[in-house]
Design a protein around this ligand. Structure first.
Ligand code: M6R
Length: 609
C-alpha cells in the first residue's frame, strides 16, 4: 500500500513527481504530498484525497526545484488527514514511507522523553526524527539513515530529503518494494515501474536491507552492515503507453479489452503445435524438484486465489496430484503439513502481497519447492521463489484485477500440462489437442468482448439492486466467486459467490424478486445440475441471468436474461466466462457512478497483513 517516488536531476521535479504519483495512485489514494527544495529550504505540500488535489496546490506559484520526493497514501496508522499525509518532516529531514514500523510506539516514547514533539499520528514520523537526531550528532547522511533504521522493526520503502544536503536523495528498502530508475543525468526512486516509465526503462530492484545514497551521477548502495552489494541493472520491457488509458474511459475497461493480447503474450514462446509440447523457460532446469512433488498447494489472495481454485482442477485432472488452493492470509494460521514433497505455487499479480509473501517464506522454510506466477518483473515474490513464470500481461493499473486473472489461469494451465507431460500422464497427441485449443482462446475472448452492448443493457436493468448471488459448480465455482468479487469491489453492491450445490443449504432463503441470481451454466459436468438450481431460484421468484454457451436454448428459455459465450474445452471455459462477468460489474459500476479504477478503501497491492 502507498506509493512513493523520488527524483533528482535537472528537470523540474514537481511535474515528474505529480505524474509519477498519479501512476502510483492504484496503491492508495487517501492523501498525497510532495517535498521539494525551494531556495535551499524544503517546501512541503500535502492534501487529503487524490493527487489531482495536490496538483491544484501547485497551480499558483512556481518552483523549479529539481530534487523532490512524493507520496500517495493508503492509511494504516492514523486516519486519512492532511496532518497524517506524507512527507513527514522534522528539523530539515523529509520522509516518505510505504510499510509499517512495528515498534514505532516504543521509539516515539523514547523520542518524546528526549524532548521531541510530533505533529502526526503516523508511524512514519519517527523516522524523520531519528535521522535528524543522527545528523545533529554529526553523522553523514547515509550513516544517519543506517543508524536510524537499525532501531526500526517492520517494513519500509523510504525516500528521504535532507535540507543540509540538497544534492542527494536517500532511499531504503525492507519488505516493501522499491526500485531505482537510471536516467540520463537523472535518477529516480519509485514503488513501481509505471511511475518512471516515461523517463527510463533501466532499473535496479533493491533488496531487503539496502540503503541508497543517490546523486545526479551516482548511486551508492550499501547493506545495513556496510557492505557494497552488486545489484544488476534490468531493462523493463513494458511500454510506457501500456500504463496509460489509451482512449478508454477507465483502466479497468482498457485492461478487460486487452485480454486477447495479454493471453497471447502469456502463451508466446511457450507452446509448439508442431512438437505438441510446452516450454516453460527455466522450469526445465528444476524439473527434479517439481517431478518429486506428491502434492500441490496453490496459495494466493483475492482474484489470484480464485485463479488458484481454477488451477487446482488442472493439477488434479492432468497431473492426478492432490491439490489445494489456499488463501494466503489463512495459510499461516493453521499448521499446513507441507515439506519437500509439496510443490507450492504462489500466485500474485503484483508479486508484493504481504500474506502471499509470508506464505512463500514459510513454504521455503519447510523445504517446499516454490513456483511463483507473477506479472511484475523483479517483484519480491518472483525473486524469492525458486522459479517464476511471468504472465506478461503488461501493467495492470485498475484496482480490480481483470487481465491478471485470465493470464494466471493460462499460466497455471501450462504448468499443469508441463507437469503432466513429465509424468507421462498426457500423450504428445493429447498435448497437441490442448495446445490447439489454447491458441484459439485470444480470438474467442474477442468474441466475448463483442457482447459488450448486450451486457450494458443487462447492467441498466440490474444496476439498482442491492444484492446479487452468483452460482457456479465445479470449475465454474471459482468464477462465481470472482464475478461476485468484481461486482462488490467496484459497484459496492453486496454480492456473494456460492457453489450452486450449496444453495439449498442456506442461501435459497434469500431468494425473492429483489435478489438477482447470476448462474454460470456453461457446458461441463455441472451444467445439468445448475439448470435445476435455476428452476429452484425461479420457483422462488428469483430473477435469473444465465451465462450459457452459444446455442443453449434450453436454459435461455427459462431465464430472464441470457449471456451466451463461445464454447471451448471445459477446462478453458473459465477464461471466456470471466469476460462478461467483468463487463457486467464494470457497466453496473459506471451506472452507479462509483470510482471504478480506485474503489473506496481499496489499494492495488496489499503490502500489509
Ligand atoms: O497482486 P496480487 O495478485 O497478489 O493481489 C491479490 C489481491 O489483492 C487482488 O487480487 C485483489 O483481490 C483485487 N482487487 C481483486 O480485483
Amino acid at each position: 500500500m502507498c506509493g512513493i517516488i523520488g527524483y533528482l536531476g535537472e528537470r523540474e521535479a514537481i511535474p515528474i513527481l505529480i505524474e509519477g504519483l498519479k501512476r502510483l495512485e492504484y496503491r492508495g489514494y487517501d492523501s498525497a504530498g510532495i517535498a521539494v527544495f525551494d531556495h535551499d529550504r524544503i517546501e512541503v505540500k500535502r492534501c487529503m484525497g487524490k493527487v489531482s488535489g495536490l496538483e491544484n496546490l501547485f497551480k499558483t506559484g512556481r518552483n523549479s526545484a529539481s530534487v523532490g520526493i512524493g507520496h500517495t497514501r493508503w492509511a494504516t496508522h492514523g486516519r486519512p488527514s492532511e496532518e497524517n499525509a506524507h512527507p513527514h518532516t522534522y528539523e530539515g529531514v523529509a520522509v516518505v514511507h510505504n510499510g509499517i514500523i512495528e515498534n514505532y510506539l516504543t521509539l516515539k516514547n523514547e523520542l518524546k522523553s528526549r524532548g521531541h514533539h510530533f505533529s502526526s499520528e503516523t508511524d512514519t514520523e519517527i523516522i524523520s526524527h531519528l535521522i535528524a537526531e543522527n545528523l545533529q550528532a554529526g553523522l553523514k547522511p547515509l550513516e544517519a539513515l543506517r543508524k536510524a533504521l537499525a532501531k526500526v522493526e517492520g517494513s519500509y520503502a523510504l525516500a528521504v530529503l535532507i535540507e543540509s544536503h540538497p544534492d542527494i536523495l536517500l532511499a531504503a528498502r525492507n519488505q516493501s518494494p522499491l526500485i531505482l530508475g537510471l536516467g540520463n543525468g537523472e535518477m529516480f526512486v519509485a514503488s513501481d515501474s509505471p511511475a518512471i516509465l516515461p523517463y527510463t526503462r533501466q532499473v535496479i530492484f533493491l533488496e531487503d536491507g539496502d540503503l541508497v545514497q543517490i546523486t545526479q551521477s551516482q548511486i551508492k548502495i550499501e547493506t545495513q552492515s556496510g557492505a557494497s552489494p552488486s545489484r544488476p541493472i534490468h531493462t523493463i520491457s513494458w511500454d510506457d503507453s501500456q500504463a496509460e488509458k489509451g482512449g478508454y474511459k477507465h483502466f479497468m475497461l482498457k485492461e478487460i479489452f486487452e485480454q486477447p493480447q495479454a493471453v497471447a503474450d502469456t502463451l508466446r514462446g511457450r507452446i509448439s503445435v508442431e512438437q505438441g509440447d510446452v516450454f516453460l523457460e527455466g522450469l526445465e532446469d528444476r524439473r527434479e524438484n517439481f517431478l518429486s512433488a506428491k502434492r500441490i498447494y496453490l496459495v494466493a489472495c483475492g482474484t489470484s486465489y480464485h485463479a488458484g481454485l481454477v488451477g487446482r482442477y488442472y493439477f488434479e485432472r492432468f497431473c492426478l496430484l492432490p491439490s489445494e488452493a489456499e488463501l494466503a492470509s489463512e495459510f499461516r494460521h493453521r499448521n499446513p503439513i507441507i515439506g519437500p514433497e509439496t510443490l507450492m505455487i504462489l500466485i500474485s499479480q503484483s508479486g508484493e502481497t504481504a500474506d502471499t509473501l509470508k506464505a512463500l517464506r514459510e513454504g521455503k522454510a519447510k523445504g517446499c519447492p516454490t513456483l511463483a506466477i507473477c506479472n511484475v518483473l523483479g517483484s519480491s515474490i518472483s525473486r524469492m521463489a525458486d522459479f517464476t513464470l511471468y504472465t506478461h500481461a503488461g501493467p495492470e493499473i485498475g484496482v480490480a484485477s481483470t487481465k491478471a486473472f485470465s493470464t494466471q489461469i493460462i499460466a497455471l494451465y501450462l504448468t499443469a500440462l508441463a507437469l503432466a507431460r513429465d509424468r507421462s500422464l498426457v500423450s504428445p497427441a493429447g498435448t497437441k489437442d490442448k495446445i490447439q485449443e489454447l491458441l484459439k482462446i485470444p480470438q474467442l475472448i474477442k468474441k466475448c468482448l463483442g457482447l459488450d452492448p448486450e451486457i450494458q443493457m443487462i447492467a441498466r436493468k440490474f444496476s439498482g439492486f442491492q444484492n446479487f448471488l452468483y452460482l457456479g459448480r465445479g470449475i465454474n465455482y471459482p468464477l462465481a466467486l470472482e464475478g461476485a468479487l468484481k461486482l462488490k469491489e467496484i459497484s459496492y453492491i453486496h454480492a456473494e459467490g456460492y457453489p450452486a450445490g450449496e444453495m439449498k443449504h442456506g442461501p435459497i432463503a434469500l431468494i425473492d424478486r429483489e435478489m438477482p441470481v447470476l448462474a454460470l451454466a456453461t457446458h461441463g459436468e455441472g451444467r445439468d445440475k445448475i439448470r435445476s438450481n435455476i428452476e429452484e431460484a425461479r420457483a422462488r421468484c428469483g430473477r435469473v441471468i444465465a451465462l450459457v454457451n452459444e446455442g443453449d436454448e434450453e436454459i435461455a428459455e427459462r431465464v430472464e436474461e441470457t449471456i451466451a459465450v463461445p464454447r471451448t474445452q471445459e477446462e478453458l471455459q473459465p477464461i471466456l466466462n470471466i469476460i462478461p462477468l467483468q463487463l457486467l460489474a464494470y457497466h453496473i459500476a459506471v451506472i452507479r457512478g462509483t470510482n471504478i479504477d480506485q474503489p473506496r478503501n481499496l489499494a492495488k497491492s496489499v503490502t500489509v497483513e
